[in-house]
Ligand binder design. Structure first.
Ligand code: ACO
Length: 442
């Protein structure tokens, strides 16, 4: 593990304070230590004592909560779910087992895993009236728009289990959410193609069922390719959680008001859609199509380095990773395997991506800024090989990340200290107080 810039939790020592230089008044700032990684300086009393706020747009140094779910060491390129390295889980576990781990904190026994899996399978159908919501969308609506809206609409269906203080209610919500999101995403896909929605087949595993609901049609038999299902399972493990990223923080912030949990997840899906976040997988493929050929890479990178162009190398850079994103490393290896198995190993876009990566990693601009490929640089190439269209890439991410969102919502709701509404402060830069002037006086 790297020694990140701040104090490591194991070495937490008091000794931070804030001094008002004008009055000499001193406020001791306690440290909030965790089990690994930097501690946090508790600034909660700063406003009370000094009448001043702390300022950190983009939360680059600010912890919004304590969490025991996921640990990232961005300098070392480490990602742990409940302490387990993501590469071990991607190699040896399954998405459903990882979902159990993330939700419950421990790997399941055989009986626990079977019970969990059975519960998820049992909840895959959606209310028939919910399906009619899709009729309200134009045929070319983006699947993320439909996913956001229809997941939000789940809040209109389950009034029986919305007490966020009741552990059983929280559990039922978690299982419903994880089980139904693939069904809704697949329906959004079908709507786009004008094909009939397919009911889930609960004898299939989670990812096979999703592929079935997306690609099967009632008129013909459909057999899920086991390599495709396995590849999706690995991608979902890699995307399952990523601590306080923008969408998870959105779920927590919305959830902190005590709102309906399905509505909180819909807020997370909306946040995920942006190209700076989960929308990057779609943006990477669009970028590769625009570049078109390896010979155009130098001109494209020149544009990226020219700040005035506003063009970024999509799939590169990360707020937390200043090293290889460990997920990108795994996906890169998977890419070759999956493409070979599916018989599409001479994909020109993979060749282009590899060349782009190779040139960028040697370029001073990217080296200086510690910009490395992130998880989304390669995920789209696998999705494409699985026959998933570009506008479904971010819904795929949303299905996997639902596990993380739900786990964070549960962790926050179960906090014995109680729910504290998230309410940031601001530095006001608008007009000072002034008096209203009637129209005739303006
Ligand atoms: N291409 C070119 N330059 C970049 C890139 C990029 N992809 N990312 C960062 N930079 C540059 C910035 O211009 C800035 O340069 P400067 O110091 O000369 O001004 C420097 O690197 C730091 O960048 P910030 O934007 O300050 O970094 P931040 O942590 O705020 O942004 C982000 C992180 C949003 C992921 C950014 O790297 C980015 O836009 N990447 C492309 C989009 C992307 O791939 N997003 C997916 C993220 S992973 C996920 O959500 C699953």
């Amino acid at each position: 593990m790297s020694n990140s810039p701040a104090t490591q939790a194991s070495q937490v020592k008091p000794g931070y304070s804030l001094v008002n230089d004008a009055t000499g008044e001193k406020l001791e700032l306690p440290l909030v230590g965790g089990s690994m990684g930097p501690a946090g300086i508790d600034v909660g009393k700063v406003y009370d004592r000094f009448g001043i706020f702390t300022y950190d747009p983009g939360f680059t140094s600010t912890c919004s909560c304590k969490s025991a779910i996921t640990y990232i060491d961005g300098d070392a390129g480490v990602l742990l779910y409940r302490g387990y390295p993501v590469d071990q889980l991607a190699e040896q576990s399954t998405f459903i087992e990882v979902a159990y781990l993330i939700l419950n904190g421990e790997l399941p026994t055989k009986a626990q895993l079977e019970a969990f899996e059975a519960s998820i399978r049992r909840h895959t159908m959606i209310n028939e009236s919910l399906k009619s919501f899709f009729n309200g969308f134009h045929y070319d609506a983006h699947p993320m728009a439909m996913l956001t809206a229809v997941v939000g609409s789940l809040s209109a269906f389950y009034h029986d289990t919305t007490n966020n203080k009741d552990p059983r209610h929280r559990e039922i919500f978690a299982h419903r959410m994880i089980a139904k999101v693939p069904t809704i995403a697949a329906a959004a896909y079908k709507k786009y193609f004008g094909q009939p929605f397919m009911y889930p087949q609960n004898h299939l595993d989670y990812c096979s069922n999703l592929l079935y609901m997306m690609f099967a049609v009632p008129a013909e038999p459909y057999h899920v390719h086991p390599v495709a299902a396995k590849a999706l399972d690995v991608l979902f493990i890699l995307h399952a959680d990523h601590e306080q990223n923008a969408s998870t923080s959105t779920v927590r912030l919305a959830g902190s008001t005590g709102c309906n949990p399905y509505a909180a997840i819909a807020a997370g899906i909306a946040a995920l859609w942006g190209p700076a976040h989960g929308g990057a997988n779609e943006a990477v493929l669009k970028m590769l199509s625009e570049i078109g050929d390896v010979k155009n890479v130098p001109a494209f990178l020149a544009k990226v380095k020219d700040k005035k162009s506003g063009v970024r190398l999509m799939g590169f850079g990360h707020r937390v990773y200043k090293n290889f994103d460990p997920r990108a490393r795994i996906i890169r290896e998977q890419c070759h395997k999956v493409l070979k198995h599916l018989g599409v190993d001479n994909d020109p876009q993979l060749e282009l991506a590899l060349k782009l990566e190779e040139i960028a990693l040697k370029d001073e601009y990217f080296i200086e800024r510690k910009l490395y490929p992130n998880v989304d640089f390669y995920s789209g190439i696998i999705y494409k090989a699985l026959g998933i269209p570009v506008n479904m890439f971010t819904p795929m991410f949303a299905i996997a990340r639902t596990v993380g969102w739900v786990a964070h919502w549960i962790e926050m709701s179960a906090d014995p200290a109680g729910l504290k509404i998230g309410r940031p402060r601001q530095v006001y830069t608008g007009a000072p107080r002034r008096d209203y002037k009637p129209l005739t006086a303006r």
